[in-house]
Design a binder for this molecule. Structure first.
Ligand code: GLU
Length: 294
């Protein structure tokens, strides 16, 4: 599937592929994560690249240490081993250091309008934020919510599976929240800062995040990133048509499948079959997922 695109990828990236596996510890690892891991490790290895493990625990309210620990343990059990991350560490945790995000806010302030905003979801009434607080600036900061004004315009990017894409972040979502009212950095902002700061040049994730990509590219551009990563948004496991997997689905939790006596290769095989990477279910070792993409 990726054979024809592999040359394009290496030639477009111009350097060795660095991708990331970036789970949020808000629940246990499930088959949806396993599908993502198959794509991340499989494509990275097929292209001779490396995988960075980033624990996305920016939401300090929803993330829990027990999920964080379980996630690492399940990943290890499955046999997906990350390569050494920048700084010589095996994994990076967003909560380890808030300085990159603070610095990025300072960078944005030089070229864009960053303002305090404590509008609630109810105030906004949808996905699009019209900039009600835009004139507030940062002088009065009774809260910790921060937004940045997003200039209009189109963002274009290449998706290795879906082809070329076009998105218009300003009209899709309006001004982006950088930090919420509880003081948590937001997903869009933290990912844009991290993918840039960690020099990730290939982003591989589920198709449910496709609409975020234009926003993250726009933020990265505003932060000064010149070379954008390539993207691959892969199919998701669908239970019933249109219904997404949830982390609380017991029948798809890696822990539950382990308890039922399945071997790691059987869990990986089940995930691969669920998204049509193989026609019929067969055991697949983590070490050989690259074969699915060669
Ligand atoms: N942390 C996100 C999640 O677990 C994935 C983010 C990404 O790949 O950009 O859904």
């Amino acid at each position: 599937m990726l054979r024809a695109r592999a040359d394009v990828t290496t030639c477009k990236l111009g350097s060795r592929v660095l991708t990331r596996f970036a789970p949020s510890p808000t629940g246990y690892l499930h088959l949806g994560h396993v599908v993502n891991a198959i794509y991340v490790w499989g494509v990275a290895r097929a292209l001779g690249g490396r995988v960075l493990l980033r624990i996305e625990d920016h939401d300090r309210i929803r993330c829990r240490p027990e999920y964080d620990e379980a996630l690492l343990e399940d990943l290890d059990w499955l046999g997906f081993v990350p390569d050494v991350a920048p700084g010589g560490r095996k994994s990076l945790r967003q909560s380890d250091d808030s300085e990159p995000y603070e610095r990025a806010v300072d960078d944005l302030r030089r070229t864009a309008t960053v303002y305090a905003c404590d509008c609630s979801r109810k105030d906004i009434g949808g996905e699009h934020y019209f900039g009600r607080c835009r004139t507030r600036g940062l002088d009065e900061r009774p809260d910790r919510g921060l937004r940045v004004a997003i200039p209009p315009g189109i963002e274009r990017f290449d998706d290795l599976l879906l082809g070329s894409q076009e998105q218009t972040p300003a009209s899709q979502c309006g001004d982006l929240l950088l930090r919420d009212r509880d003081g948590n950095w937001t997903y869009q902002f933290a990912v844009a800062v991290d993918d840039y700061g960690q020099a990730v040049n290939l982003v591989i994730r589920g198709a449910d995040l496709l609409s975020s990509t234009g926003r993250q590219i726009r933020l990265a551009r505003m932060l000064g990133r010149v070379e954008m990563p390539l993207f691959l948004h892969h199919p998701l496991i669908e239970k019933k048509p249109g219904e997404k997997l949830s982390k609380s689905d017991r029948d798809t939790g890696v822990r539950d499948l382990r308890r039922l006596g399945l071997a790691p290769a059987e869990v990986i095989g089940r995930a691969a079959a669920a998204v049509g990477l193989v026609e019929t279910m067969r055991p697949i070792e983590a070490a050989s997922v690259a074969e699915l993409f060669r």
